[in-house]
Structures are given as structure tokens and as C-alpha cells.
Design a protein around this ligand. Structure first.
Ligand SMILES: Cc1cc2nc3c(=O)[nH]c(=O)nc-3n(C[C@H](O)[C@H](O)[C@H](O)COP(=O)(O)OP(=O)(O)OC[C@H]3O[C@@H](n4cnc5c(N)ncnc54)[C@H](O)[C@@H]3O)c2cc1C
Length: 478
């Protein structure tokens, strides 16, 4: 466990029961397949961190759950004994949310991975939480249906996506994961099971517990089943890759595109440095890397005419605002080349340095240019390498602060100073701490700083109402 965790956690490990041999014996008696209870050296190191990597602790025991009843039995036991429990999907999170910072039991939900029902009359798909995002897309698209949320990491589980309210590239037109969750089956911290929402399209029946669970990062309950909303699959799509002489010109064009009332599916911004890193990482050429900055847009619709009307208007706006050219991509091969590079930016930047941390703020769309400019100023002010790309169309920026060859103490000091400056700026621009990656452990301090005392106290009250003993994923969010 890192020093930082020990210093920051207000709850002490001693407030929880340590898992001992008697607990293991009881847990083994609750699980039908004993091989799914992992101990000691059989606990893979991967279970001690997520993709962020900076926050680490090994669970005392990992249980690879097979069904909701097992999850319920484990929670009942943990609740009775006051043992902390951390749910985990694929571990692709970026804020340490699935790291068991108090040790205890980790429930790995990735093996509960069945697609349970496609209901074509209600346009819903019912799934277990361990189904991967890429499996959902493939399954529905083969049937001419569409699950719109499109976060970059396709090996994430739907349970993880629901619990982080994952966003992704299509948020501009279609919204985020929350908009596609109709119903959930949830195991509460005390082991009781509830169903929230359902297949209904509308629901004004009291407080929306479903919407509280979505984005709760495994702190309120464990999702064991989800009913997802589907749409008909759009028949046509076209992407535009638009080079600009500089990033300011590119980003300044985005509010004008939004104002034009054409609705792109995605508007991403990127700089040459990220493209070159992705080319090296993938060993594949991007269609163009000669310009300093790019907008990448996607359009979809049901007829070529509808898509053309939309993208021609936007292409003109780009050219009027200083674009150097507009490359149209309308073949599957080109689409693959462009979007696979875009999908690899994070991994490519990570591979280019020794360690990194990220800022995932979201600001009003007309403030994106100002925030990006500010990140460049921070690079000079703090003399540290910073890389950036993001969802210009929804104001969600991904900014990576890179350690490179900095010594540990210097890195920690600089990182803290850069982070504080960035979150202060986001607040000044009326932005939020996280657009899609969540708060987890790593961004907790910044959420605390950004919320009013009243909002924070309501959030803590919600946690207490679901989890009075604070055993489910403790030390996360608020
Ligand atoms: C290369 C890369 C690109 C990415 N791109 C995007 C992107 O575009 N948009 C985006 O939003 N995110 C993105 N992410 C972040 C990450 O993929 C998402 O946060 C994803 O939702 C995590 O899913 P997971 O299955 O890996 O969950 P984990 O990391 O295992 O867990 C995430 C959180 O969900 C909780 N959890 C998991 N399953 C359950 C369950 N069944 N019940 C209750 N709680 C549960 C965990 O406790 C934890 O709090 C990216 C990550 C990488 C590495």
C-alpha cells in the first residue's frame, strides 16, 4: 500500500475485521466452485491495481462470483463480520476505484458474463455484469440494433461501465451509459437484493435509486444484472478528419459547429504529438500527421442524404474557420485506421513515459479552448510534460501529466501543484472534476474541494443510507 493511502484514510484498517482462516472456511462453504476462491500467491498481482496503477493494495481473498445468490451470501457474511468488500469488473478504471484500499474481500464479477435476453418488442438487452462492452456491441449490431455508449476501452465490463457512468465518443449525440440503463438488479451491502427500474420507458415513481447506483463506483451496491436500452442501428456513417494550423483554431471551431444545429455523433480533438505516439504504439500510419492539430468528427444517420447534409454544413464551417483541408472517410478500412489510432492515444501516451496521472475534467463546451490553452501554460509554469486529447464535442478533456525521468519527491510535488491548478481552473470555468472516469480513490480530494458542504453532506448521507457499516468499497468517492 502506498504511503499516501495510509496518511489520507480517515478510517483505520483496525475498524474492519481482518480476514482470518475461519472467515476463509466460511466463505468457501458459501461458494459452489472452491477453485474460484483465490488466496495468497494465487491472487494475481493485477487484482491489486487498476489501469491507473498509482494506487495499490492486494485483497486478502478474491472470489470470482458465479451468480447473484453467491454475491448476496458473501455480502451477508461480510456485513455480519464487518469485512470490507470491493467489487471489480475488468480493472480498466483510471481512478483506483476497484483497488481494495482496506484489503478484505474482492468480488470479481467478470465471470458473470452471460447475455440473458434480447427483447425486440421493448428494445432492451438484459445482461450479467461481466459481459464486455465489445461483446454487447457485436451481439446487437449483428441484429441491426445499437447500444450507443462508446467508451474507448472495449474490454471493460458493462458492470464497470454502469458503475462509472462511462461516457465515450458518442456522448455528443447519444449521451452516456446512464441514458441507456433501464433497470438493475443490485445486491445491497447487507446482502439483500433489490430490483430498480425495469423495462419501462418512463418512470416517475419516487427517487430514482437506479440513477443513484449508476456512477456510484461500487460504493452503494453490487450490480448483478442490467436491462439496457437499445436503438435501431444507424445505416450510414461518415467521419471527417480536419487538419488545422493550430489547436486554438481547431477548438474555437467546435462551438460554431454546435451552434449550426447539425449533430455530429462525435467531435474529438487531437494534436500531432498524440497521433505520432499512437503511430509508434500501433506500428500503423495515421491517414495524415502533417498538421499541428485536428478535429475528428463522426456523423451517422439512416440515409446518405441525411448524413451528407450534416457533414457538408460542418465541413464548410471548418474551412471558414481556418481548416487546412477536410478528409472524408467513408470506407470501413479508413474508419478503422482513424478510430483505432484515436482509441490508442491513452495507451500510447502511457507507453511513452515512466508513470503518469490524468485529469478528466468536463467544462462547458465553449470553455474547452480556454482550458486547453491553460494546460499549455501549466506545462511551462511547472516545467513538466503534459499531453492532451479529448471529447471536444462534450467538453470532456483528458490531460496526462507525465513523470518521465523526474525523481519521486520532485514528481509528487509537481503533480500535486499541477493538479491543484487544473482543478481550480475547472471550477472557475464552472466545470466538474470528472466527465467520465469517476472519482474513485485518486480524485476524492478534488471532489471534496469542488462540492459545497451541503452537497457533500447529502452524498455522505446517501452512502450511509445504503451502507451503514461502510463495508462496500470504502474510502472511495466521498
Ligand atoms: C485505454 C482506456 C481507454 C478508456 N476510455 C474510456 C472512455 O472513453 N470513457 C470512459 O468513460 N472510460 C474510459 N476508460 C476507463 C474505464 O474503461 C472505465 O472506467 C470502465 O467503465 C471501467 O470498467 P471495468 O469493467 O474495467 O471496471 P473496474 O475498473 O473493474 O471498476 C470500476 C468501478 O466499478 C465498480 N464495479 C465494477 N463492476 C461492478 C459491479 N458489477 N457492481 C458494482 N460495482 C462494480 C468497481 O468497484 C469500481 O468502482 C478507459 C480506460 C482505458 C484503460
Amino acid at each position: 500500500m502506498t504511503k499516501d493511502i495510509l496518511q489520507c484514510n480517515k478510517i483505520l484498517d483496525s475498524e474492519y475485521k481482518t480476514v482470518d482462516a475461519a472467515d476463509i472456511e466460511c466463505l468457501l462453504s458459501l461458494i459452489s466452485d472452491k477453485e474460484k476462491v483465490l488466496l495468497g500467491e494465487h491472487i494475481n498481482e493485477d487484482y491489486s491495481h487498476d489501469e491507473l496503477g498509482g494506487v495499490k493494495r492486494r485483497p486478502d481473498v478474491v472470489i470470482q462470483a458465479s451468480n447473484a445468490e453467491e454475491v448476496s451470501k458473501i455480502m451477508k457474511y461480510a456485513y455480519e463480520k464487518r469485512i470490507p468488500v470491493t467489487p471489480r469488473g475488468s480493472g480498466t478504471g483510471l481512478v483506483g476505484a476497484s483497488v481494495p484500499i482496506y484489503g478484505g474481500i474482492m468480488i470479481d464479477l467478470s465471470g458473470m458474463n452471460k447475455i440473458l435476453e434480447l427483447d425486440e418488442e421493448n428494445l432492451t438487452l438484459t445482461v450479467e455484469p461481466g459481459v464486455l462492452l465489445m461483446e454487447i456491441s457485436k451481439f446487437v449490431e449483428e441484429r441491426d440494433l445499437f447500444y450507443p455508449p462508446d467508451p474507448g476501452e472495449k474490454t471493460a465490463t458493462i458492470g464497470g461501465n454502469i458503475n462509472t457512468n462511462a461516457g465515450g465518443m458518442r456522448a455528443v449525440k447519444y449521451g452516456v451509459t446512464r441514458d441507456y440503463v433501464r433497470g438493475l438488479e443490485v445486491v445491497l451491502p447487507n446482502g439483500e437484493m433489490i430490483e430498480v427500474g425495469g423495462k419501462v420507458v418512463k418512470n416517475s415513481s419516487g427517487y430514482s435509486l437506479k440513477d443513484l447506483i449508476v456512477g456510484s463506483e461500487g460504493t452503494l451496491g453490487i450490480v448483478t444484472k442490467a436491462v439496457l436500452k437499445l436503438l435501431p442501428l444507424p445505416k450510414r456513417f461518415v467521419s471527417l478528419l480536419v487538419p488545422f494550423p493550430n489547436l486554438e483554431k481547431a477548438i474555437d471551431t467546435v462551438p460554431k459547429i454546435i451552434k449550426s444545429k447539425s449533430i455530429p455523433t462525435a467531435i474529438e480533438f487531437m494534436q500531432r504529438e498524440a497521433i505520432v505516439a499512437a503511430e509508434e504504439f500501433l506500428g500503423k500510419k495515421f491517414p495524415d500527421n502533417s498538421s499541428n492539430a485536428y478535429l475528428l468528427l463522426k456523423f451517422d444517420g439512416n440515409s446518405l442524404e441525411e448524413v451528407e447534409n450534416n457533414y457538408e454544413k460542418v465541413a464548410d464551417i471548418c474551412l471558414e474557420n481556418g481548416a487546412l483541408d477536410v478528409f472524408i472517410s467513408n470506407t470501413e478500412e479508413r474508419e478503422e485506421a482513424i478510430w483505432s489510432a484515436r482509441g490508442a492515444f491513452l495507451e500510447a501516451i502511457k507507453a511513452s513515459t515512466t508513470e503518469m496521472d490524468e485529469v478528466d475534467v468536463v467544462v462547458p463546451r465553449n470553455k474547452v479552448a480556454e482550458f486547453v490553452k491553460y494546460t499549455h501554460e501549466m506545462e511551462s509554469k511547472h516545467n513538466i510534460r503534459i499531453r492532451r486529447f479529448g471529447h471536444a464535442g462534450d467538453g470532456n478533456l483528458h490531460i496526462y501529466i507525465l513523470k518521465d525521468e523526474l525523481r519521486e519527491e520532485e514528481w509528487e510535488l509537481k503533480l500535486k501543484a499541477v493538479m491543484e491548478d487544473m482543478y481550480k481552473k475547472a471550477k472557475e470555468l464552472k466545470g466538474q472534476v470528472s466527465g467520465e472516469h469517476g472519482i474513485g480513490y485518486a480524485k476524492k480530494v478534488y471532489l471534496n474541494q469542488s462540492l459545497s458542504k451541503e452537497s457533500l453532506s447529502i452524498m455522505k448521507g446517501i452512502k450511509l443510507a445504503f451502507d451503514p457499516l461502510n463495508i462496500l468499497n470504502p474510502g472511495k468517492v466521498c
